[in-house]
Structures are given as C-alpha cells and as structure tokens.
Ligand binder design. Sequence first.
Ligand code: NAP
Length: 428
Amino acid sequence: MKRMNIAIIGLGNIGSYLFKYLNDNKKILKEKNNCLPIVKYVSAKNKKRKRTINIKKKQWLNNYLDATKLDDVDLIIELIGGAEGPAKKLVFEALKNKKHVVTANKALIAKYGDQLSKIAEINKVNLEFEASVCGGVPIIRALKEGLIANKISKIYGIFNGTSNYILSSMDKQNKTFNEVLKNAKDLGYAESNPSADLNGDDVSSKLKILSSLCFNSFLNNNVYVEGIKDIDKNDIDNANKFGYKIKLLGYAELLNKKIYQRVHPTLLKKNSYVAGIDGVLNAVIVDGKPIGQSIIQGEGAGPAATTSALVSDISSILRGNIKFPFSISNKERKKLKFDPIDQRLFSAYLRFEVIDKPGVLSNITNIFSKNKISIKRLIQNPDKNKKSSSIIIITHKSKDVYLKKTIKEVARKNYMKRNPKLIRIYDN
Ligand SMILES: NC(=O)c1ccc[n+]([C@@H]2O[C@H](COP(=O)([O-])OP(=O)(O)OC[C@H]3O[C@@H](n4cnc5c(N)ncnc54)[C@H](OP(=O)(O)O)[C@@H]3O)[C@@H](O)[C@H]2O)c1
C-alpha cells in the first residue's frame, strides 16, 4: 500500500480540525484513494500553547521550514495565513524543494499564485488551493475538471460569509450594522479584525483566483472594490421598499474580449435566487457554453467546510493526479485585457440625506440631467423634527463614470448632511 507523509503547518481554527479529521479518517481515505495519508509532522508558532488535539512529541518540528527539507515529507499543508511572512516563505521553499502543497490561503494565492504555479509546474508537484475560495463550495475543482468543456463568460456570487451574515441579519433581525457585527464576532464568523471581510478585499482575492481559472488568464489586480462598511439599516429598509435585497457580490465577466472584475454591494430583486441566500452561506454562479448557468452553494467558511475542501485537494494528490495549479500550463495562460468599469452601464440606487429646504430636490435632479442620468423612481422622506429629508433615487442604466461624477458633485453641496450613497443594481 502506498503512503504519503504529510506536514501540517499552522494549527489554528483550520489546522487543528484538519489534524483530527485526518487521524480519524485514515482508513476511509486509504480506501477511497488507494494511498494512506500519514500526518508525520506539525508546526505552529507557539509549541507550548494548550491545544484541543493530541499531538505526539515526535510529530513537532523544531522549525516550520524543516518540513520543506526533510526527505520523509511528501506534502505540506500551509494553514498559517497571510500573503507575506512565514506562509509565503514556506510555500515558495516547499515547491522549490519538490514538495506538494495544499493551502487555504487566498491572500497568498491571489498575490503570488502565478509565480508559485510556475515553480510547481517546473518541479512537477501539485499546488492546490480549493479551500482558499468559498470554503466548502468545491468551485475550483468544478472549474478545473467538471466544467472543463465550457467557455465561461461570467462568474459571480456571494463569496464572503461574514458580510452575507451581516447584511442578512440586518435585514431579518432589525438590528444595526454594529450590533450585527458584534454578533458575528461572538459566533466566530468574523475575525477580531474583520476589515478584509468588510472592505471587500477578501472577495477581491477570491475573485482574482476564480477569474484566472475561468478565463485561462494570469492573475490581474484590476478589480473595482467596495465593501459593505457604509451600508446601514436605512439602505436595507429602502431596498425592501423597492423590492430588492442588498448582497455583497463579486463579478468577473468577459465582454468583447475584455475582462471586468468588480466587488460591490448590489441590489438584487427579492425573488431572485441569490437574494435568498442568507447567513454565512456562499453561492457561486457560472455562465458558460454549452452548460448554460450552473450554481454551487454551501458553507463558505469555518473549520468543517474548509476541511472538506482541504481533503478534496489532499485526496487528489494521494491519487497521484499531478495537475497544473491554474488548470492549464503556464505557457498556455494568456495576458488578457482587464478594463476598469467606468464605461459599463448600471442602474443604481442613490441616497441623499439633505437639509429640508426649498430648492434642494430640483438642484439634485438638475445635476442628474446635466450628467445624462435619467431617473426611474424617486422617493422623498422628510423628517420634520430633524429638519432633514432623505431622497432616494433609482436610476435607469447609465455609465458608471457619470454615476460617480453625480454623487461627487452633489456631495459638495452645502445642503448635504452626510456623504451620498450609491449602490449598483443587478438587472441583467
Ligand atoms: N477560518 C476560516 O473559516 C477559514 C476559511 C477558509 C480559509 N481560511 C484560511 O486558512 C488559513 C488558516 O486560518 P485559521 O483561521 O486557521 O487561522 P488561525 O486560527 O489564526 O491559525 C493560524 C496558525 O498559524 C500558526 N502560525 C503562525 N505563525 C507561524 C509560524 N511562523 N510558523 C508556524 N505556524 C505559525 C499559528 O500558531 P499558534 O497556534 O501557535 O498561534 C496558528 O496555529 C488562512 O490562510 C485563512 O485565510 C480560513
């Protein structure tokens, strides 16, 4: 019986769960893959930290980088995290030394995936990263294998469980952003520093990886990114009144030989499939030919879902499938044109909190017509006590550059009480 020696580096939320899973499921993994996985070594930052798993003394490495040098290590699982520092050092060294690598690290793959995949290809070892995108949703393997026949024109969806939990809880539980964020932290969904979840960076990293796999291109940093940190309960309630839900979506689209990557809160029709995906769930929608539309939905994060993805990668390596990390050889990957979204057409929701005085509404609508934006619906909600008014406008489709120019122009007016809001609407 073939055996494969594994080193797990990083024993936090994910690493500890995976360690236990591999020990408890050795027999079934051997049967399924015709190869026995053995967790030979582990490493973490602090050896003395109390852990919930039962690690033998001889399993501890003196230094985490030893895993890249020892002859009795075949596969290294990187679960440290972060695009730089020890995770980067470990994965580069491992591939250079001809060790297979499995990682859940989206930040590292989004930044150094092209360089790493070249080393893996030259050294004929695997670099697998299913767990780096949407936790337990097996979208990477689906793109590399199950959907290989297709020419993909668009991939989009909910790629961040924390922000989806926050938006859907604000909607359902009638709570403010800060109350819901605190709940998300208490429940372990949001990290103590949740900035990458809230500012869109986490989705942006995942989108770069998906886009590269869909379009056979190198990774590209041209992504328009907006997070959810400015969405408040009023926006959620207004969206409901207009028949929409707000979701943080990532999109990568191929249009006229150009790729557009964008991450931003989006108003979706209440009865659409994606609008109904709540809590920490993720969903990825792929449009391709000949398949048409295909949707995969599931738990986007957490140790259980992430371990499911890691074991999928580990099993692929146990079976001896040496594959190109980004599906095709680096020689075949293309340098495609990635364009900014300025000239794309969107309809949008705009909200202006203004001092309630005569002439304000007509001034705003004049700025709209000057910028060639036509208004589809308009609601004005005055608050007599605060001498203020909330003006909500739904526009017809206009160029993104004009939408941004309009809110910039209105923002400068002295009747504005706070920065205006612009949320794009999904209506294709
Ligand atoms: N959490 C999720 O739901 C989730 C989902 C998908 C992907 N991921 C990805 O999975 C990876 C791990 O996430 P996590 O939530 O498990 O993180 P975590 O709980 O913070 O664990 C990080 C681990 O790395 C260890 N570490 C730090 N510096 C090290 C070094 N120099 N040498 C060896 N070990 C070192 C830490 O050691 P100590 O234990 O001694 O501090 C800890 O065990 C990240 O890339 C993350 O983006 C996480």
